[in-house]
Write a protein that binds this ligand. Structure first.
Ligand code: HEM
Length: 374
């Protein structure tokens, strides 16, 4: 019993010392109703060495603690001024969004797309070359284009897997692998994610440079879309240039989605160096969005993280559809990105305008060999 009492007394003293030390580096004041971190630093009144609540907690300084709870920023002598905030209250909101709606949204987006593709495959099957393979091939993508594609694709897949581990690993892998193996994998995954991001960014820039001129919208896109791209009905092939409207959606998703992933990712890689959401919110407020335009650097990073997670879920869902149609879903498509050569009948059915423009002469010359191979 007396040992128990001694322990209690020791703990109490330790707690009081820790409390006092905390306040030695942080000079606090008590402006009533301080709501947002960092806002009231100037208004803060020094306590002159007085420890709130007194070291033994004999009296209550509710106002001070309420202000601390709501992100009151004190002064610190170390370079990192953010350390003057003991409780960053907006972190609660951020965590609730990250662990709640964002986690659920990602599952719905990913599994929803997998379910849709499975249903599509069950109903439509593999989209065949209607005229059958001709046996002649034409060049679709040169070496530089294919290198760029695979640079972007492989880095995206690594980023997606390691990113999914950050968001879902503790729910999925931790119970299977155990704490130690999961910690090792997650640490390795974090490095992969941070460094491979640069390969992905390079890929996105190169893709933009190589293909932007083929991805500007035109009236054929409307026809293509009105016919569902011919994807749902056998034998329907709406006109298409090098890229059809569906591929243009993929292209712009990679450029715009990948671009914002890069910006928000860099903001998290170099904490507190870049702030971007104040400006974005101010712009959106022109359209009546009513978003906050005074954000601390930490809040800015929280918005960056939420956007990064949200956009990752959307991009993964879109790219799942792309991978499906570029491999299992359509006969003859994968060759475009492996050897770079596609069957002429495939080219004529899926990209007739491009085929005529680029390979018109060759097609004339090889007219006699155009018939499907028996
Ligand atoms: C194993 C995974 C992948 C496969 C099998 C694949 C396959 C293909 C194929 C066959 C094409 C050429 C389509 C055509 O000739 O019209 C293509 C184009 C393209 N791929 Fe991929 N791809 C993969 C992953 C990715 C990833 C991860 C990205 C980007 C994050 C990506 C971005 C693109 C873009 C922007 C194009 C041009 C537009 C389009 O055809 O949709 N690909 N891909």
């Amino acid at each position: 019993m007396s040992a128990h009492r001694n322990n209690f007394a020791t703990n109490l003293v330790a707690f009081a010392v820790a409390l006092a030390m905390g306040f030695m580096v942080t000079t606090l004041a008590a402006p009533a109703g301080a709501q947002t971190q960092g806002r009231d630093v100037e208004a803060a009144q020094p306590l002159g060495g007085h420890v709130p609540g007194e070291a033994l907690g004999a009296s209550s300084d509710a106002q001070i603690w309420r202000a601390v709870r709501h992100g009151l920023q004190g002064k610190v002598s170390i370079p990192n001024k953010q350390a003057g905030v003991m409780i960053q209250s907006e972190g609660d909101t951020w965590r609730a969004w990250r662990n709640g709606p964002m986690t659920v949204f990602g599952v719905w987006a990913g599994l929803g797309m997998v379910g849709f593709l499975a249903l599509f495959f069950a109903l439509r099957g593999r989209i065949k070359i209607d005229a059958g393979p001709s046996g002649n091939t034409v060049e679709r993508f040169n070496g530089v284009e294919r290198f760029t594609h695979w640079l972007t694709a492989v880095s995206f897949i690594l980023l997606a897997l390691t990113g999914l581990n950050l968001q879902y690993g503790r729910h999925v892998l931790l119970p299977i692998l155990g704490a130690e193996a999961f910690a090792d994998i997650s640490m390795a995954g974090k490095y992969v994610h941070n460094y491979i991001a640069f390969a992905f960014m390079a890929g996105v820039v190169l893709i933009f440079v190589l293909w932007v001129r083929h991805n500007l919208p035109n009236k054929n896109d409307l026809i293509w879309m009105s016919k569902g791209g011919g994807l749902f009905v056998k034998g329907v092939h709406p006109p298409s240039d090098k890229f059809n409207a569906g591929q243009k959606v993929i292209f712009w998703s990679v450029i715009l989605g990948g671009g914002t992933q890069a910006l928000t990712g860099i903001s998290m890689l170099f904490p507190f160096e870049i702030t971007m959401f104040e400006g974005i919110f101010a712009f959106l407020n022109v359209f009546g969005a009513g978003l906050p335009t005074t954000l601390t650097p930490l809040q800015d990073m929280q918005y960056a993280q939420l956007w990064h997670t949200f956009m990752a879920a959307i991009m993964i869902a879109i790219i799942l559809a792309h991978i499906y149609i570029g491999s299992l879903g359509m006969e003859g498509a994968f060759a475009a990105m492996s050897s770079g050569q596609v069957d002429e009948n495939w080219a004529r059915e899926h990209h007739n305008l491009w085929h005529e423009k680029v390979h018109g002469e060759m097609s004339e010359a090889s007219a006699g060999r155009r018939q499907p191979a028996e």
